[in-house]
Design a protein. Structure first.
Length: 306
């Protein structure tokens, strides 16, 4: 049984097609990345998953429980960290987490609450009123609220947006531990280096549709390849050979007109590329062969799916 099964989810807001038939299977124990530019439909999909919004068509299940027809059980299986800082200003951190436990029918949950606060470096803020916390601390409490009922499936919607490096490291250490212990984690983030380091598999959305779905390693290896950066000497020809124009990475715009970034999908291509430069009278001043990363993949896929 899948941790999350998303089947042909469609959602329209008047003339805007927010989701155009999204289907995904997220397996138990995965650390899954959901990436896309602003407006791609990520938050809409998470809102439907959490039962905060209704799809026009399709269905979603969490560990077999439909998020509409079996909402109560689906919600018990799910912990969601939203983008927005939503909090009740009249309670302390500990009171907030105790109330959240109560929503799930949990009594005498202080031992786990203490562990969560310790792992998120909230212990010394336990008796501080929520309105007195900084934005970063409020973000930590949101994460703690999502984890207070030990959900087997954790959804993090931009959890580290605008927070300090210390929280990012603390949060990922704790979430990685929960994932090792068997919790399924779904992450949306604009920090692509986080997604590359943490996620085993990634789906990329654009304009409400899945435009890429594969393991992180395969996306980097098969789609983007590597990058050859060439700097030409001013003493020779400084224009790009015509035969290499289709290899230029368009999102790379070096400030020096003598520099070029070329996509390499096979290391054997490097020799023929260098030969093309030599044949046109170019003199190579500097050269670097760089391994692609997830940002290269993301930009290439978004450019290619216009």
């Amino acid at each position: 049984m899948a941790a999350i099964q998303i089947s042909n989810i469609q959602k329209r807001y008047q003339s805007l097609q927010a989701l155009g038939g999204v289907s995904l299977t997220i397996e138990e124990g995965e650390f899954f990345g959901l990436l896309g530019p602003n407006g791609a439909g990520k938050t809409t999909l998470i809102s439907i998953l959490a039962g905060l919004n209704r799809a026009d068509a399709g269905n979603i299940t969490v560990q077999g429980h439909d998020v509409v027809t079996d909402y109560r059980n689906a919600r018990k299986k799910l912990g969601v960290v939203p983008q927005e800082l939503v909090f009740d200003p009249f309670f302390t951190v500990r009171e907030t987490l105790r109330m959240q436990s109560g929503y799930f029918g949990l009594k005498n949950n202080d031992k786990w609450i203490d562990e969560v606060m310790e792992n998120l470096d909230l212990t010394n803020k336990a008796d501080v009123n929520m309105r007195a916390l900084s934005g970063g601390m409020k973000r930590r409490v949101l994460v703690a609220q999502a984890l207070v009922h030990k959900p087997p499936v954790i959804v993090l919607d931009e959890p580290t947006a605008g927070v300090d490096v210390e929280l990012r490291q603390t949060l990922w250490q704790f979430i990685a531990r929960l994932n090792r212990e068997g919790h399924t984690v779904v992450l949306t983030t604009h920090y692509l280096e986080e997604a590359q380091a943490l996620c085993n598999r990634i789906a990329m959305l654009k304009l409400g549709k899945v435009v890429a779905l594969d393991s992180t390693a395969n996306l980097i290896k098969r789609i983007s390849g590597s990058q050859l950066r060439i700097t030409l000497a001013a003493s020779g020809v400084v224009t790009l050979p015509a035969s290499l124009r289709d290899k230029v990475i368009t999102h790379e715009t070096p400030s020096d007109p003598r520099q070029f970034a070329l996509r390499v999908t096979d290391y054997n291509q490097v020799e023929s590329m260098l030969a093309a430069f030599r044949a046109d009278g170019c003199i190579i001043e500097d050269m670097h062969l760089l391994q692609a990363d997830l940002e290269d993949v993301f930009l290439q896929i978004m450019e290619g799916s216009k």
